[in-house]
Write a protein that binds this ligand. Sequence first.
Ligand code: HEC
Length: 103
Amino acid sequence: MKAIGGLTALLVAALAAPGAALAANVVEGQRIYNQHCIGCHGPGGNSAIPNAPKFARGERLMQPDMILLASIKAGKMTMPSFNGILRDQEILDVIAYLRTLQR
Ligand code: HEC
């Protein structure tokens, strides 16, 4: 696997859940984000609708990956459930991408 984003990839690997076979893939995460999340969370995490957290400001990202995974699978307020739409590994890839957006 390629070392994407150096430190980020390392951190992601370190934080990956026991049982998560692969380190998260940030590039894949970006692709999935642009397909499923960008409509509300906006390009680069600058949210496109009111009430959607701005990941560019790090909003809501101070939580462990496994908690974010559970929230994304369950859905929250107007955010639909992604259970059965995205696999856990795909959601973890997106979370890894979200963590690169903060500036
Ligand atoms: C239909 C609009 C919409 C879409 C599509 C959407 N979200 Fe959200 N998302 C929201 C809103 C609104 C909230 C805030 C919910 C709340 O008030 O707690 C949210 C919250 C979140 C949170 C924070 C959860 C928490 O614990 O507070 C994360 C992480 C997140 N979304 C990730 C994603 C990802 C990843 C995708 C794509 C796979 C996605 N969202 C798609 C609207 C959306």
